[in-house]
Design a protein around this ligand. Structure first.
Ligand SMILES: [Zn+2]
Length: 91
């Protein structure tokens, strides 16, 4: 993450404001915030991804549609697939 003002990559953490990490640029003292990355996507987004996949959309299309990376989509679908296989094996 670079400073939006001077594009410097050197910064100090300067607290968290409204769920965002605030940084202070070491070069120009400009304060800027970055959305904290949520590692866990909500279950509803994953469910939507699965639905779109079942509709025949590709990982990239699903990713574009939901605003997530196609790598995440791929992982979710793979996981769903495994769970489905497990269910089949149980029955
Ligand atoms: Zn700066």
């Amino acid at each position: 993450m670079n400073c939006p003002k001077c594009n410097s990559s050197s910064h100090k953490k300067n607290g968290i404001v409204g769920g965002r990490q605030r940084y202070k640029c070491s070069d120009c003292d400009y304060n800027y915030t970055v959305e904290l990355k949520s590692t866990a996507f909500s279950a509803s987004v994953k469910r939507q991804a699965l639905q779109l996949y079942l509709e025949g959309l590709g990982f990239r299309s699903i990713g574009r549609f939901l605003g997530v990376s196609h790598v995440s989509v791929q992982k979710w679908i793979k996981k769903f697939g495994q769970e489905l296989e497990d269910l089949k094996n149980e029955n």
